[in-house]
Design a protein around this ligand. Structure first.
Ligand SMILES: NC(=O)c1ccc[n+]([C@@H]2O[C@H](COP(=O)([O-])OP(=O)(O)OC[C@H]3O[C@@H](n4cnc5c(N)ncnc54)[C@H](OP(=O)(O)O)[C@@H]3O)[C@@H](O)[C@H]2O)c1
Length: 264
């Protein structure tokens, strides 16, 4: 399923979709480099995956909002020793509220992690992959990047960047042997909503996709060389509907939904 992928670097591996990526890649015998801030979680996951699947797992604790830490992860991606041939840019965070009331430092971190880190890690990984004519990048964007997101304006804009960038780079490297996939999930049951301060009754987990389902769809799409994967039928239908509706209606409905999530 993962072709000739031998070693993957997964950001955001301490939780949610990133942990599911680490598990499913280890099940396929892929060695791992796990990146996030919570090193205790990464070490526990590394121990479990090495024990159950016999894969090598490196732990690389890094705050991707910090340029110095980002540079260490970029160096690891460029290394010729134990070459990384799949980069999964999964780390990300959200935040709800009217722009003028949101914490400026939260907004900065959202842009640094969701946009700047993803861009620079992709830029660091691609040259070696292109030289070897194999490997690839999976960028985790979002269906939220396909519509204006009042009360989650910066998050939506950050994911619009990820979605547009990734599809464009997929096209740039077409035919080189290197694959670039945009994985754009909708609402998924992870720690994301709690981290973003959304109450559980506003975002009921019963409506959410399972992270394992999202990752399985993503790895299948990557293996097939696709450009974009929106894992759930319901989310694909909503995207089609949003394209057909007048933009003003999409803005209003989107704003009402996000305002319930904590937009003041
Ligand atoms: N859940 C959803 O409904 C949903 C929908 C569409 C797209 N997504 C996207 O899916 C991706 C994964 O999110 P998730 O749903 O799995 O949420 P999650 O459970 O909250 O996981 C987020 C991951 O990002 C890492 N992270 C956050 N800030 C970081 C920083 N400064 N430096 C390094 N790592 C950082 C976290 O690790 P540490 O805290 O340990 O650093 C954690 O491993 C995100 O890009 C998100 O935008 C999620």
């Amino acid at each position: 399923m993962t072709g000739r992928i031998e070693r993957a670097l997964v950001t955001g591996a301490s939780s949610g979709i990133g942990t599911a990526f680490a598990r499913q890649l280890a099940q396929r015998g892929v060695h791992l480099v796990l990146v996030a801030r919570r090193e205790d979680r990464l070490r526990a996951l590394a121990g479990a995956l090495t024990h159950s699947h016999g894969v090598e797992v490196e732990v690389l604790g890094a705050d991707l909002a910090d340029p110095g830490d980002r540079a260490r992860v970029e160096d690891r991606l460029r290394s010729d020793l134990q070459v990384v041939d799949l980069l999964v840019n999964d780390a990300g965070l959200g935040g709800y509220g009217r722009l003028d009331t949101q914490d400026p430092d939260l907004l900065r971190r959202m842009v640094e992690v969701n946009v700047t880190a993803l861009l620079h890690l992709t830029r660091a990984a691609l040259p070696g992959m292109l030289e070897r004519q194999r490997g690839g990048v999976i960028n985790v964007g979002s269906t939220a990047g396909e519509r204006p997101g009042p009360h989650a304006a910066v998050y939506g804009a950050s994911k619009a960047f990820v979605n547009r960038l990734t599809e464009a780079v997929h096209e740039e490297v077409r035919g080189t042997g290197v694959r670039v996939l945009l994985l754009a999930p909708g609402f998924t049951a992870t720690e994301f909503q709690a981290v973003a301060g959304v109450a559980a009754d506003v975002a009921p987990a019963g409506l959410a996709a399972d992270p394992d389902e999202v990752v399985a769809a993503g790895l299948q799409a990557f293996a097939a060389g696709r450009a974009v994967c929106v894992p759930r039928v319901a989310d694909r239908a909503l995207l089609h509907a949003a394209r057909a509706l007048p933009r003003v209606a999409v803005r209003r409905v989107s704003g009402l939904i996000h305002a319930r999530g904590g937009g003041r």
